[in-house]
Design a protein around this ligand. Structure first.
Ligand code: DC
Length: 204
């Protein structure tokens, strides 16, 4: 079974997807970590992002290992975040990473998190969730995570949101059959319980 969790940055995707995977005994796929790893490779080694994406050897687990190197912490820095949003506009970068994601999702039970899981990567996913939250709440959550001022985060987030939503290839959209959940005033536990309940109903 594949559960797709899509939505903008700061909607709570990672926290919810991780907790949900744990609760259900599914494997968690962080597709954003792939875009981030390509961005880091481009920043460190230069070269063509498409080639970097095609060459990327990635292990996703407790740690993110890209091309043999532990990049878990480095891929969360602001410069990598910014570059990830830029490399993610390229359709050939996306094609290379989508192929890797589909290979993983082909067997087993997954909670896959990203922007285009329900629309492009796994359009046949049994359960599709689109998480949202108010821009202010999303910025506050991100700011707390990285120890920054939330107004600064909000400004950068607005720019990245526009970049992610307006790009030509796989813009951020909810799949028509996705269930939209607004997490603004809800706890992680509450949201996870709701999605786990939906998954259980489907499995019956
Ligand atoms: O979810 P995240 O912040 O780790 O994602 C990093 C960047 O990668 C973000 O700009 C959106 C992009 N991304 C994407 O385009 N498609 C995905 N499936 C996952 C992430």
């Amino acid at each position: 079974m594949v559960i797709a969790i899509d939505g903008p940055a700061g909607a709570g995707k990672s926290t919810v997807a991780r907790a949900l995977a744990e609760k259900l005994g599914f494997t968690y796929l962080d597709s954003g970590a792939m875009y981030r790893s390509v961005a880091l490779a481009v920043l460190e080694q230069g070269g063509d992002p498409v080639t970097r994406a095609q060459e990327l050897q990635i292990e996703l687990g407790e740690r993110v290992i890209a091309n043999g190197k532990d990049v878990t912490t480095e891929i969360r820095t602001p410069r990598v975040t910014e570059m990830a949003s830029r490399v993610a506009v390229d359709k050939d970068v996306r094609a290379a990473l989508v192929a890797k994601q589909r290979e993983l999702l082909a067997s087993g039970d997954w909670v896959a998190e990203g922007r285009d899981i329900g629309t492009v990567v796994a359009p046949d996913a049994e359960l599709k969730i689109f998480l949202t939250a108010s821009p202010e709440q999303r910025a506050r959550r991100r700011a707390a995570e990285i120890g920054a001022d939330w107004r600064t985060v909000l400004r950068d987030q607005t720019l990245r949101d526009a970049q992610d939503a307006n790009r030509e290839h796989s813009p951020l959209r909810a799949a028509p059959d996705a269930i939209e959940i607004d997490t603004t005033d809800r706890t992680v536990e509450d949201v996870v319980t709701q999605i786990a309940g939906l998954a259980r109903e489907l499995r019956r």
